[in-house]
Design a protein around this ligand. Structure first.
Ligand SMILES: [Zn+2]
Length: 373
């Protein structure tokens, strides 16, 4: 299912091929987030044209709306959304703890109220596997307990123990339950900001044996140096021959750091979220299109970008769309930001192949942070 093809001589960065039911994915790979079976404001054809063949969907959102009866009758999420490439689904753990108004964890599962209509629900780890099997996603995630930063060691230990118990039950269900489409199940390393618990969580999950492993509970608002410290500690704990997924990162600095530590896939709402507010990536950092200085700027967001947006429209026009609150504005900026990240990650893969990743990272960040000589 996963093969490492090249290793960077100067770091833990690697290039690989992840073979999933709906096609091969070149890694490292960024996954755009399609919470509700759609990457907000971006038509599927645009995603295909950029080159994405793996996106993320949220089991929590799809389970609540449209509901599993609709998904079942449609024949799964791929057919429902008419997306014929890969989908990874998040189990819902993170959303239950961040969105639902009431989340109560017991060893059996989690009770919560829908953030949409307040209705009461119960989700066990087995249910989370079943829901994702019905969605028919290509990669499925175990239900885990997500904890906020700054909790006590004992609280983190308890959450980590439940996560491991749930992982064991999830894997059992995944093996037993017949799924209309095959999908891999990934375990999620938790442990909050305690290294000892991170190690323990990784060891316990590896013993259960999953086709891939994710690192959860990082990039949740902690400072960048702390994120790096925990990433540098956790990533090497994961097996060399399995895909490694770092959940919730999607800026150039975080992506480069993650790849350097041997991470293969990552996702984040950030690139499309800032795009909908008129902020776009460029090789020299982000810019806000609403700035007055772009009023008469008839150049594209980035010369040479070549994306759908940059090959057709100027910053002045895009600024105008945002000022006039036209729907096309967020469509075009989302397209550019996703194209920018796709190209960055493609360049990263090439740098890993040619053994020049460290130099590439340094050069990219110098330009991006404006510290280039
Ligand atoms: Zn562009």
């Amino acid at each position: 299912m996963f093969a490492v093809q090249h290793r960077d001589p100067g770091s833990a960065a690697r290039r690989g091929l992840l073979s999933l039911y709906h096609g091969d994915v070149h890694t490292p790979a960024f996954m755009p987030v399609g919470t509700n079976g759609t990457v907000k404001a971006v038509p599927h054809t645009m995603l295909e044209e950029i080159g994405f063949n793996l996106i993320l969907g949220n089991a929590y959102h799809l389970y609540l709306r449209p509901g599993m009866d609709v998904i079942r009758q449609a024949g799964g999420i791929h057919r429902f959304a008419n997306w014929n490439h890969n989908i990874l689904t998040d189990s819902g753990g993170y959303q239950i703890f961040s969105l639902a108004s009431f989340g109560k964890i017991t060893e059996e599962g989690v009770r919560f109220r829908s953030h949409i209509d307040g209705s009461a629900h119960f989700l066990s780890p087995e249910d989370a596997v079943d829901v994702q099997a019905e969605l028919g996603s290509d990669v499925r995630m175990c239900l885990d307990v997500c904890t906020p930063p700054e909790i006590s060691y004992n609280e983190a230990l308890k959450a980590s123990n439940i996560t491991t118990a749930w992982a064991l039950r999830s894997r059992k269900r995944w093996k037993e339950k017949e799924s209309p489409l095959p999908g891999a199940l990934f375990g999620i390393v938790q442990g909050n900001f305690f290294k000892e618990l991170r190690k323990r969580s990784a060891d316990e999950l590896m013993e259960i044996e999953f086709p891939g492993y994710a690192i959860g509970g990082l990039s949740v608002g902690e400072p960048f140096p702390l994120f790096c410290e925990l990433l540098h500690f956790t990533a090497p704990l994961l097996p060399e021959d399995k895909p490694r997924y770092l959940m919730g990162i999607g800026t150039p600095e975080y992506i480069l750091e993650a790849v350097e530590m041997g991470i293969d896939i990552f996702d984040c709402v950030f690139p499309t979220r800032i795009a909908r507010n008129g902020t776009v990536f460029t090789s020299r950092g982000t810019i806000a299109l609403k700035w007055e200085k772009h009023r008469l700027d008839f150049t594209p967001i980035e010369e040479g970008c070549g994306c759908y947006t940059c090959s057709r429209y100027s910053k002045a026009y895009l600024r105008h769309l945002f000022k006039a609150r036209e729907i096309l504005g967020p469509v075009l900026t989302s397209c550019h930001n996703l194209s920018f990240l796709f190209r960055l990650v493609r360049d990263i893969r090439e740098a890993v192949s040619s053994g020049t990743f460290t130099a590439f990272k340094k050069q990219f960040l110098a330009a991006y942070n404006g510290t280039q000589a």
